[in-house]
Design a protein around this ligand. Structure first.
Ligand code: SD4
Length: 322
């Protein structure tokens, strides 16, 4: 089969795609390994500062991480949400998958779990992320994630005095997404044994309210895989996207016979029916090795990377948005 092994990765993460391709093609290792190692590379490289440490500081200046990995053969899932002070989000997620009966661990206690699994605890703040945070505060904490409540810049933008704002919240939202704030790495892969897996890793949304967990660590939201059908991964405005479980929907659409492109389009369209200005994308593949993507409101279309035997190496693709 000329289309297997196969890996599809969100955005312009070429190195990560090449990494996954080496794992799948040269080393003949598993789809799960390809997911973990490609996401790990992005975490180390701090892809576009929206994956890994030192990016997307929350209102208090802290970076926290979300990640998920799903095995389409066993339907086993490992996720970490709001992971603090540990850099290796996807690898900790894989430990949740392989060493526990749980599907999702969160916050400070997920960091304790990580330490038990042998990972190092260290600050995720960098000079750069500190500067991002200070600039945001100097700019009266705009944009932010509150509605019907005004942050108080004098109090580090929070706590908050309750006051109905007259601002158009959607307008704020547009200025927020125009910053290209959403660059989660999502990965779907089929290995040479035909096994399918999916995963994602991110440091979430800039200026998020402390405690916020996005779509990425949640199966069916950030990523989903089912050996009988295929897999999908999402990127974009997680607060909106997680309300629609777009990667679950994409896999279900493929189960009903849709192509990956059609399935991704249906998932994105479902969200856009309710939130026309949301920014995001879904990538998908099926068990035959077909793949595709769809997006909404991504400037200049949505770039994603693919590698399979036919392409031979990581190759850029572009999806026009709906
Ligand atoms: C989130 N979906 O936490 C993530 C952000 C992101 O590409 O960058 N997605 O909302």
């Amino acid at each position: 089969n000329k289309s297997i092994p196969l890996v599809v990765i969100t955005w312009d993460y070429r190195d990560a795609t090449q990494k996954a391709w080496n794992v799948l093609n040269n080393q003949k290792r598993s789809a799960l390994d390809a997911i973990e190692e490609s996401c790990s590379l992005c975490e180390e490289q701090r892809c576009r500062t929206t994956v890994g440490y030192g990016g997307s500081p929350d209102e208090s200046g802290e970076t926290t991480l979300d990640a998920v990995i799903m095995d389409g053969v066993t339907m086993d899932v490992g996720g970490v949400g709001l992971l603090r002070n540990v850099k290796n989000a996807i690898s900790v997620a894989r430990k949740v998958l392989e060493n526990t009966k749980h599907s999702l661990l969160g916050g400070e206690l997920a960091a304790d779990f990580a330490v038990e699994m042998g990972f190092k605890k260290e600050s995720l703040q960098t000079e750069e992320s500190k500067k991002m945070w200070l600039n945001w505060k100097a700019n009266k904490c705009q944009p932010n994630f509150w509605k019907n409540v005004d942050p108080d810049p004098k109090k580090s933008c929070g706590p908050y005095h309750l006051r109905k704002t007259m601002d158009n919240i959607m307008e704020k939202h547009i200025s927020y997404v125009n910053e290209e704030n959403h660059d989660t790495i999502g990965v779907v892969a089929i290995d040479s044994n035909g096994h399918i897996a999916a995963g994602a890793s991110t440091n979430g949304a800039k200026n998020k309210i402390p405690g916020r967990i996005g779509d990425s660590p949640i199966a069916g939201a950030g990523a989903y895989a089912d050996q009988k059908v295929g897999a999908a991964a999402g990127t974009g405005d997680g607060d909106i996207m997680m309300r629609f479980l777009p990667t679950f929907l994409a896999v279900e659409e493929m189960r009903r016979g849709a192509t990956p492109t059609e399935a991704a389009t249906t998932a994105v369209r479902r969200i856009a029916e309710h939130y026309p200005t949301f920014s995001g994308a879904v990538i998908a593949l099926n068990k035959d090795g077909d793949y595709g993507a769809a997006c909404n409101r991504v400037n200049n279309g949505f770039q994603y990377y693919v590698a399979n035997p036919e392409l031979g190496r990581a190759t850029m693709h572009l999806a026009n948005c709906i």
